[in-house]
Each structure stands twice: as C-alpha cells, then as structure tokens.
Design a protein around this ligand. Structure first.
Ligand SMILES: Nc1ncnc2c1ncn2[C@@H]1O[C@H](COP(=O)(O)OP(=O)(O)OP(=O)(O)O)[C@@H](O)[C@H]1O
Length: 614
C-alpha cells in the first residue's frame, strides 16, 4: 500500500463520506439507517412467522387469537417491506450520484486551477490516474461507502440477532458455527491479501492499457500509426500487457474462487452438522417444534450474515482506500500564491522591469538543470528575441518568466518584487502568450479569441485582432463568420483549421487579451512566407507599448528586436543586437550565416534557373 493511502485512516474516510452525503442530502443517510434496521428486521420477522403459526397451532389458540397474532405479523411484514422499498429507492438514487458528482466537480476544478508545474509532473499525473479510476462510475466502491456501510451493519446486526436466537436454544451450536466462521475468515483474508498486494501493479497495467487505447484512437497519432506501420507493434505490446494483466486478474480470481469453494464446502458440513444436532434435540423433546423451525431457518441464514460481514468489510476497506486516492489527489497543494498577493502595476501602464537573478531550473525528476545561473534584466517596453538550438531551454525560460515554473534557485522579479509574491492569476493576466502547442476550445472562433462568453465578447475587437493576425479573410469567408464553431469532436457542424490558421488564431487570442507583456514562442513556425512576412512587418504595431519576448529559429526575424539572447549550455551565451552579435562572430553569427547561406543558395539556384530559361 502506498504512503498516500495511509494519509487518511479508514475512520477519517468514513466521516468524510458521511459528511459529504449529509450536506448534499440528509435524507440519504436517514434512509441508510432505515435500510440497515429493516434489512435485519424483515428477514427476522420472516423466519419468526412460521414459528408463531406453529406455536399458535400447537397451543390450540382460538381462531380469533390466531388471526390477531398472525395478522399483526403480516402487517409488520408489509410495513417493513414498504419501508425497505422506499429506503432502497432513495439510497440507490442518491448515494453513488452524490459522491461521483461532488468528486467530478472537485477534480475538474483541480485540473483547471492546479499549478501548471505540478499539473505537468509525472507524479501528479499518476495520482490523477488513480483518482480517476476510483471514480469512473457511480457504482465504483468509493462512491458507495454509505451503502457498503449499510450492508455491513445489516450483516453485523443479523449475525448478532440470529446468533442470540441460536445461543438461546443451545450455546454449543454457536460455538461450532463460530469455529467454522474463523476458518472461513482465514480463507477470505488470504484472498483479500492477494487482491491488495497486486492492486498497485494491476492499476499500473490498467493505466498502460488505457494509454494504448487512447493512442490508437487519437487522429493525431493515427497518421504515424498508419504510415509507419505501427499497428502490429502496438497490437503486440497491447497483447502482452493484456496477457500480464489477465494473469494478475486470474490470480485474484483464483484466490476468490478458492475462498468461495472453501466457504461452500465448510458451509455444507457446518449446516449439515448443526441441522443433525437440531433434529437430535427435537427427537429428545429438548426443543419445541416452533423453536426447531425458527433455529433451523436461523442457522441457514447465519452463514449468509457471516459471509456478508466478510464480503462487505473487505468491500468497504477497498472503497475507503479508493476514497483516499481521490482525497490525496485533491489535496495536492498549490505552491504558487493564490491569495491576495502584492499589488501589481496598473493594466494600462508599461510593466516595470522583469529581472532574473541567478535563476536555475531543474525539471522534477531530471538529474541536470536545464537552465543554470541566468541573470537578465528586461527593461519596460523592450523587445527581446530568444534564439538557440533545439532543447537549449528557450521555452523553459519563458515558462519561468510566465510564472508557470518556479525557479529551483534564484528569483524572478517584476519591478523589484519577486513574482511569486503576486497573486498567481493576476500575474497571468499581465501576459499575452502564444505557445508552440495550440489548444482550441469547443466554442466558436470569437469565443476562442476572447476567451469569454458571447455576451462579454467585443466582436469589433475580435475582428480587429483577426485582421492583425491575418485570419480575417478566411473567417469572413465562412458562412457563420466568427460565430463558426471549432472542434469537430464536440460539434457536428464545426470546422477544422490548418496548423497555420491555428497559429494565426492563437496570435489573435494574444492580441485580444492586450496584456502589457507579450510572449510569443515560434508564433510563425507554421505560417506561409507571405503571412510570416506580414507578421514581421507588423511586429512593431503588434507590440507597441508592450514588453515583448519572441522566440524564433528564423534568425532573420529577430532583427526587429532590441536585443537578442542566445541560449546555449543552460545559460545566456550571447546577448546584444543583431549587428553586435554578428560582429562578435560567435554561435549566433555562425547560425545566422548557415541559415542565410541556405537562402542565398536558393536565390542563386533560382537565378541560375531563370538564366537557363532565358
Ligand atoms: N516537462 C518537462 N519535463 C522534463 N524535461 C523537460 C520538460 N520540458 C522540456 N524538458 C527538457 O528541457 C530541455 C529544454 O526544453 P525547451 O522546451 O525549453 O527547449 P527549447 O529551447 O524551447 O527547444 P525547441 O527549440 O526545440 O522548442 C529539453 O532537453 C527538454 O527535454
């Protein structure tokens, strides 16, 4: 069992679950109590009925007395049946639903508000998977704790009540039944132990299967699967995971089957011997016929109560442990400041300087830092370009500046105040960003740009931003214009945007936000040369009055920035204007020359072609 599971004791989880249901609908818990009482009373009255009939007949009571006593019992049975039906109806309807809805809402909120750095970490993802598995349906054990507890209470009450009836007749029978129950308990405990010990491993295997299912049906991976003939490789891995998973499940099922078999065999011997003893007592006149019938039925049901206790206690323990998984996930703390925080500069002013003091960042679970000892001052209104080889750490650097990651050491300040002291969401509001991976939301184009509901969207501004990002022509040509829906998986009449169009939309989104700091991570990588050149030409207009950070591999495009930073070997290797860096003749100059040579060669080839044609 993992440490996280121990974070909540079974008792704490019971209290948590009860409180949750009580707050949502108190009637549910009242009905659980009614169910527990009636769950024992009803079968007890059922087995008491024949005894009363026989006792009345053997006592030769008057017909009137007979009708009254049997009538009272019949009425009691009817009342108990009605109470049971009503209580079951309410608990079946509410118990699972209350819990699942509450946890779905809570986990959704968690996904949406969790610190990005934690959200991205593999450890957190594993906790999330476990929690998700624990609440996949309103029949999952963690959602049904009140019902499991009700069943356990019914079985315990039944065990005690029927035990008392049996003890009353002959204590030896109960002793005999208790010994056989002990043996049974041991067999079942062994089965539960196997289940517990393999749970973690089975859960991981389920995770792998889920991942492969996801990969196989995602259109984004579907191209590679087909073109690289990955289907047979994925199928064979899938098969082998299924085989291992089946083997583990088989082990658990075999344990269960052995426990049930021993329960059945032992039950046969136990009940047979107990019945033989009862017959012996009846024959010797030590037992009335009425009591014989009552105890006979009680012994039969006693084993049921006993195995009910075993089954429902282990079910409850599993449910409580799954509830722990959900609670542990929901408890993962935010590390950033979600409180009021330090006062931020007013929105319409240029933001103060952003300063990085000796900033080092190591990804969780990575051995080496990606960035090390970065010192940088970005002055208000400055246009910074960041360049460097793949994997140099450019995106990591801007994620740090965005406050999505917290430096492992060192600090980032805005106007001299450590950015972690500002309220996280208000700091985010100061940034307009375009990252490499663009996500569209399942609403219309205008909503994707404004990130607001239609009534709070400024449609004129949307149009202006579409124009600046170069997407207006496309959108104007659509029947529904900027009200056209996106994401086909959700809306049947949605449209699909190309990679470049998505990039333009992301730029429009950043422009609409109109925040004082604009951060663009390769915003033109998917654009055609004309669209790209238009963005370059408009860059001054797009970033006027703002501080801007621009990452690009097209070094020619960084010329219009005030300063260029070359990231290499975890640090800022070179820093200056384009001309300064070219004069310096370092890595930037080398990269620039390689790139410009390629363009020059193309130009030469084109010119040569032109000459041949002429
Ligand atoms: N979430 C992550 N967890 C662990 N390591 C990461 C993570 N994201 C990036 N890295 C590693 O950090 C290094 C820098 O990545 P980063 O994305 O910052 O590079 P980059 O300079 O933006 O690269 P590119 O030009 O290819 O976009 C890479 O070696 C990458 O493997």
């Amino acid at each position: 069992m993992s440490k996280e599971k121990e974070a909540y004791s079974p008792w704490s989880n019971i209290v948590y679950s009860m409180r949750l249901h009580w707050r949502a609908r108190p009637l549910t818990l009242i009905c659980c109590v009614v169910s527990a009482i009636v769950g024992v009373a009803l079968p007890f009255v059922n087995i008491l009925m024949p005894k009363i009939v026989i006792d009345n007949l053997t006592a030769r009571v008057t017909p009137g007395e007979f009708i009254v006593s049997v009538g009272v019992m019949a009425l009691l049975l009817a009342a108990l049946s009605c109470a049971k039906s009503y209580a079951d109806l309410i608990t079946n309807e509410s118990v699972g639903t209350i819990s699942i809805l509450k946890h779905l809402q809570a986990t959704m909120h968690k996904h949406l508000t969790m610190d990005f750095e934690v959200l991205e970490s593999p450890g957190y993802a594993k906790l999330g998977e476990k929690a998700w598995r624990a609440m996949q349906s309103n029949h999952s054990p963690s959602s049904n704790i009140p019902r499991s507890m009700t069943m356990l209470v019914i079985n315990v009450l039944g065990f005690v009540t029927y035990g008392m009836v049996i003890v009353n007749v002959h204590p030896l029978i109960i002793l005999f039944l208790a010994v056989s129950a002990g043996i049974n308990w041991l067999a079942l405990s062994r089965a539960r132990k196997i289940e517990r010990e393999t749970r973690e491993e089975r859960s991981k295997l389920q995770g792998k299967l889920w991942y492969m299912q996801k990969v196989s049906k995602e259109p984004s991976g579907g191209k590679d699967v087909r073109l690289y003939g990955l289907n047979s490789l994925i199928s064979s891995v899938f098969k082998s995971v299924i085989a291992t998973s089946t083997e583990k499940e088989h082990k658990v099922a075999t344990g269960d089957m052995k426990a049930q078999l021993s329960d059945a065999l032992l039950g046969l011997v136990r009940d047979g011997a107990a019945y033989a003893f009862l017959i012996y007592l009846l024959m010797n006149g030590e037992l009335t016929l009425g009591n014989f019938v009552l105890v006979f039925a009680a012994i039969g049901a006693f084993a049921g109560w006993l195995s009910g206790i075993l089954t429902h206690s282990s079910e409850l323990m599993r449910a409580l442990s799954e509830l722990s998984d959900i609670r542990v996930y929901l408890d993962v703390p935010d590390v950033s400041n979600t409180g009021p925080g330090h006062e931020l500069p007013a929105g319409d002013m240029l933001p103060p300087a952003i300063t990085l003091n000796n900033v080092t960042y190591t990804y969780p679970e990575a051995k080496e830092p990606t960035l090390c000892g970065i010192d940088l001052v970005i002055t208000p209104g400055e246009r910074i370009a960041i360049v460097g080889a793949n994997g140099a750490g450019k995106t990591t650097l801007i994620k740090l500046i965005c406050g999505l990651y917290k430096p492992t050491s060192g600090e980032i300040t805005l106007g001299g105040v450590d950015i972690t002291r500002f309220n996280r969401d208000r700091y985010f509001a100061m940034l307009s960003t375009v990252f490499q991976d663009i996500h569209l939301f399942c609403c219309d184009i205008a909503g994707n740009i404004s990130q607001q509901s239609p009534d709070r969207t400024d449609y004129e501004k949307v149009k202006k931003c579409l124009e600046l990002s170069g997407l207006l022509e496309k959108v104007s040509g659509l029947e529904q214009g900027e009200s056209t829906l996106l994401v086909r998986r959700v809306h049947d009449d949605a449209i699909e945007l190309s990679g470049g169009e998505k990039q333009k939309l992301a730029l429009a989104r950043a422009l609409y936000k109109d925040a004082p700091v604009i951060i663009l991570d390769e915003p033109t990588a998917a654009l055609d040369p004309i669209a790209e050149s238009e963005i370059y030409q408009r860059y001054a207009e797009l970033t006027a009055g703002k501080t801007s950070i621009y990452i690009s591999h097209r070094l020619a495009s960084t010329r219009f920035c005030d300063r260029i930073l070359l990231i290499d070997d975890g640090g800022i290797a070179e820093c200056g204007t384009h001309d300064e860096l070219m004069r310096y003749g370092g890595k930037y100059a080398e990269m620039f020359n390689v790139q410009s040579r390629y363009y020059k060669d193309e130009e030469v080839a084109e010119n040569e072609d032109a000459l041949h044609l002429a």
